[in-house]
Ligand binder design. Structure first.
Ligand SMILES: [Fe+2]
Ligand SMILES: [Fe+2]
Length: 180
């Protein structure tokens, strides 16, 4: 993903995140989700809510993809990923992607366990844990959604959204995500 290219989209999302009716919009959109999915979606920070709503708007003609778009970033768990780490991640993505890759690689080596959530919890709270969550948020959301009985296709779309798309649906989600 070229982070410089989508700065106008990010500026739009930042403005949308400040909108006083954001929570009401999110509540309304969340009606298409299951109870557990809704809880996960609504637990997101305002910026992620605004981003996910904007991505979902772009794929509104496909109701299944609309749900996937609402949920795709729900693995950026606010309890595990602080604002400081998010800023650091974005700054490094823009200015020093090589350093970011090395840092994430080092964290990757420290993480232990089978599933992504177990690996998250094996790391000390703070920057290392946050970097791991940011780097693996697709897999984290997928693990939670799988446990709560979301459809296999939903789990796949969310899990793979950080990787190269494998089909047209995943490509649409990726394109909308990259633009915002
Ligand atoms: Fe994402
Ligand atoms: Fe996203």
């Amino acid at each position: 993903m070229n982070t410089w290219r989508n700065l106008p989209g990010k500026a739009y999302v930042a403005a949308a995140a400040l909108h006083p009716r954001l929570r009401a919009r999110a509540d309304k959109a969340a009606k298409v989700l299951s109870r557990e999915e809704r809880e996960l979606f609504l637990s997101m920070k305002r910026y992620d809510l605004a981003h996910s709503l904007a991505v979902a708007d772009r794929v509104r003609d496909d109701p299944f993809l609309y749900r996937a778009a609402l949920l795709h970033d729900a693995g950026k768990l606010p309890s595990e990923l602080g604002l400081g780490t998010r800023w650091l991640f974005t700054a490094l993505e823009l200015a020093a992607p090589g350093l970011l890759r090395r840092l994430c690689g080092a964290v990757e080596e420290k993480a232990e366990g089978d599933g992504p959530m177990e690996r998250v919890r094996s790391l000390p709270r703070g920057i290392r844990r946050g970097l791991y969550v940011q780097a693996h948020h697709g897999e984290i959301a997928a693990e939670l959604l799988r446990a709560w009985g979301s459809e296999d296709e939903m789990v796949r779309l969310v899990e793979e959204h950080q990787h190269t798309p494998r089909d047209a649906r995943a490509r649409r989600l990726r394109d909308a995500d990259d633009a915002l």
